[in-house]
Design a protein around this ligand. Structure first.
Ligand SMILES: Cc1cc2nc3c(=O)[nH]c(=O)nc-3n(C[C@H](O)[C@H](O)[C@H](O)COP(=O)(O)O)c2cc1C
Length: 135
Protein backbone atom coordinates (compact mmCIF):
# COMPACT_ATOMS: atom_id res chain seq x y z
CA UNK A 1 0.00 0.00 0.00
CA UNK A 2 2.95 2.32 0.72
CA UNK A 3 3.59 3.07 -2.95
CA UNK A 4 -0.02 3.92 -3.85
CA UNK A 5 -0.37 7.51 -5.10
CA UNK A 6 -3.38 8.13 -2.83
CA UNK A 7 -1.30 7.17 0.20
CA UNK A 8 1.54 9.43 -0.91
CA UNK A 9 -0.91 12.32 -1.43
CA UNK A 10 -2.50 11.73 2.00
CA UNK A 11 0.91 11.58 3.70
CA UNK A 12 1.95 14.80 1.96
CA UNK A 13 -1.23 16.50 3.11
CA UNK A 14 -0.66 15.46 6.73
CA UNK A 15 2.96 16.57 6.36
CA UNK A 16 1.86 20.09 5.41
CA UNK A 17 -0.74 20.31 8.19
CA UNK A 18 -0.12 21.94 11.57
CA UNK A 19 -3.32 20.43 12.95
CA UNK A 20 -5.78 17.73 11.90
CA UNK A 21 -9.44 17.23 12.86
CA UNK A 22 -10.42 13.56 12.76
CA UNK A 23 -14.13 12.85 12.23
CA UNK A 24 -15.21 9.40 13.36
CA UNK A 25 -18.35 7.34 13.91
CA UNK A 26 -18.43 4.67 16.61
CA UNK A 27 -18.76 0.98 15.81
CA UNK A 28 -18.84 -1.53 18.67
CA UNK A 29 -17.29 0.93 21.13
CA UNK A 30 -14.41 1.91 18.86
CA UNK A 31 -13.51 3.64 15.60
CA UNK A 32 -13.89 1.93 12.20
CA UNK A 33 -11.16 -0.13 10.56
CA UNK A 34 -10.77 2.02 7.43
CA UNK A 35 -9.92 5.01 9.64
CA UNK A 36 -7.15 2.96 11.30
CA UNK A 37 -5.85 1.98 7.86
CA UNK A 38 -5.66 5.65 6.88
CA UNK A 39 -3.93 6.66 10.13
CA UNK A 40 -1.41 3.83 9.84
CA UNK A 41 -0.60 4.73 6.22
CA UNK A 42 1.22 7.83 7.52
CA UNK A 43 4.13 7.76 9.97
CA UNK A 44 6.63 10.57 10.52
CA UNK A 45 4.27 13.22 9.14
CA UNK A 46 2.10 12.86 12.25
CA UNK A 47 4.92 13.72 14.64
CA UNK A 48 4.58 16.90 16.67
CA UNK A 49 1.16 17.72 15.20
CA UNK A 50 -2.06 18.69 17.00
CA UNK A 51 -5.13 16.46 16.59
CA UNK A 52 -8.76 17.23 17.44
CA UNK A 53 -11.84 15.03 17.21
CA UNK A 54 -15.44 15.25 16.02
CA UNK A 55 -17.38 12.07 16.74
CA UNK A 56 -20.87 10.74 16.25
CA UNK A 57 -22.84 7.64 17.15
CA UNK A 58 -25.66 6.50 19.45
CA UNK A 59 -26.16 7.85 22.96
CA UNK A 60 -22.40 7.94 23.61
CA UNK A 61 -21.88 10.29 20.66
CA UNK A 62 -18.79 8.36 19.61
CA UNK A 63 -16.85 9.26 22.76
CA UNK A 64 -15.50 5.73 23.18
CA UNK A 65 -14.19 5.81 19.61
CA UNK A 66 -12.36 9.04 20.48
CA UNK A 67 -10.82 7.58 23.64
CA UNK A 68 -9.59 4.60 21.60
CA UNK A 69 -8.11 6.98 19.03
CA UNK A 70 -6.18 8.91 21.69
CA UNK A 71 -4.07 5.81 22.40
CA UNK A 72 -3.26 5.43 18.71
CA UNK A 73 -2.33 9.08 18.30
CA UNK A 74 -0.12 9.03 21.40
CA UNK A 75 1.89 6.29 19.70
CA UNK A 76 2.26 8.56 16.67
CA UNK A 77 3.73 11.42 18.79
CA UNK A 78 0.82 13.78 18.32
CA UNK A 79 -0.89 16.01 20.88
CA UNK A 80 -4.63 15.34 21.10
CA UNK A 81 -6.70 18.19 22.51
CA UNK A 82 -8.88 17.54 25.52
CA UNK A 83 -12.19 18.96 24.29
CA UNK A 84 -14.09 17.27 21.46
CA UNK A 85 -17.30 17.71 19.49
CA UNK A 86 -19.62 14.79 20.14
CA UNK A 87 -22.89 14.29 18.25
CA UNK A 88 -25.29 11.71 19.68
CA UNK A 89 -28.03 10.26 17.50
CA UNK A 90 -27.48 12.90 14.79
CA UNK A 91 -29.62 10.96 12.34
CA UNK A 92 -32.75 11.70 14.44
CA UNK A 93 -33.02 15.49 14.43
CA UNK A 94 -31.07 15.72 11.19
CA UNK A 95 -33.92 13.90 9.45
CA UNK A 96 -36.22 16.82 10.30
CA UNK A 97 -35.44 19.75 7.97
CA UNK A 98 -37.03 22.17 10.49
CA UNK A 99 -34.80 21.03 13.36
CA UNK A 100 -31.80 23.06 14.36
CA UNK A 101 -28.81 20.74 14.31
CA UNK A 102 -26.00 20.75 15.32
CA UNK A 103 -27.44 22.44 18.38
CA UNK A 104 -25.84 25.31 20.26
CA UNK A 105 -24.00 22.94 22.60
CA UNK A 106 -22.28 21.36 19.61
CA UNK A 107 -21.44 24.81 18.25
CA UNK A 108 -19.91 25.83 21.58
CA UNK A 109 -17.97 22.58 21.76
CA UNK A 110 -16.62 23.19 18.24
CA UNK A 111 -15.53 26.70 19.25
CA UNK A 112 -13.67 25.41 22.33
CA UNK A 113 -12.08 22.50 20.49
CA UNK A 114 -10.83 24.64 17.59
CA UNK A 115 -9.39 27.27 19.97
CA UNK A 116 -7.43 24.56 21.82
CA UNK A 117 -6.36 23.02 18.52
CA UNK A 118 -5.10 26.36 17.17
CA UNK A 119 -3.22 27.03 20.42
CA UNK A 120 -1.40 23.70 20.19
CA UNK A 121 -0.94 23.97 16.41
CA UNK A 122 0.91 27.29 16.71
CA UNK A 123 2.98 26.18 19.72
CA UNK A 124 4.00 22.95 18.01
CA UNK A 125 4.76 24.71 14.74
CA UNK A 126 7.24 27.00 16.51
CA UNK A 127 8.73 24.00 18.35
CA UNK A 128 9.14 21.93 15.15
CA UNK A 129 10.85 24.84 13.44
CA UNK A 130 13.14 25.36 16.44
CA UNK A 131 14.51 21.85 16.44
CA UNK A 132 13.59 18.47 14.94
CA UNK A 133 11.18 16.42 17.01
CA UNK A 134 13.20 13.85 19.04
CA UNK A 135 11.15 10.85 18.02
C1 LIG B 1 -22.36 -2.94 13.63
C2 LIG B 1 -22.64 -1.60 14.24
C3 LIG B 1 -22.13 -1.28 15.49
C4 LIG B 1 -22.39 -0.05 16.06
N1 LIG B 1 -21.87 0.23 17.29
C5 LIG B 1 -22.11 1.44 17.85
C6 LIG B 1 -21.55 1.74 19.13
O1 LIG B 1 -20.85 0.97 19.75
N2 LIG B 1 -21.81 2.95 19.67
C7 LIG B 1 -22.58 3.87 19.02
O2 LIG B 1 -22.77 4.97 19.56
N3 LIG B 1 -23.13 3.64 17.80
C8 LIG B 1 -22.90 2.42 17.20
N4 LIG B 1 -23.41 2.14 15.96
C9 LIG B 1 -24.16 3.21 15.26
C10 LIG B 1 -23.22 3.93 14.28
O3 LIG B 1 -22.35 4.79 14.98
C11 LIG B 1 -24.09 4.74 13.32
O4 LIG B 1 -24.79 3.86 12.50
C12 LIG B 1 -23.27 5.72 12.49
O5 LIG B 1 -24.17 6.51 11.73
C13 LIG B 1 -22.28 5.03 11.55
O6 LIG B 1 -21.61 6.03 10.84
P1 LIG B 1 -21.31 5.90 9.26
O7 LIG B 1 -22.64 5.56 8.61
O8 LIG B 1 -20.80 7.25 8.86
O9 LIG B 1 -20.31 4.81 9.08
C14 LIG B 1 -23.18 0.92 15.37
C15 LIG B 1 -23.68 0.60 14.11
C16 LIG B 1 -23.43 -0.64 13.55
C17 LIG B 1 -24.00 -0.97 12.19
Amino acid sequence: MDGHPDVAAFAERIGHADAVIVITPEYNHSFPGPLKTAIDAVRDQWRGKAVGFVSYGGMSGGLRAVEALRVVFAELHTVTVRDTVSLHNPWGPAADPEAEYPDHAAGRALHTMTRQLLWWASALRVARRGEPYPG
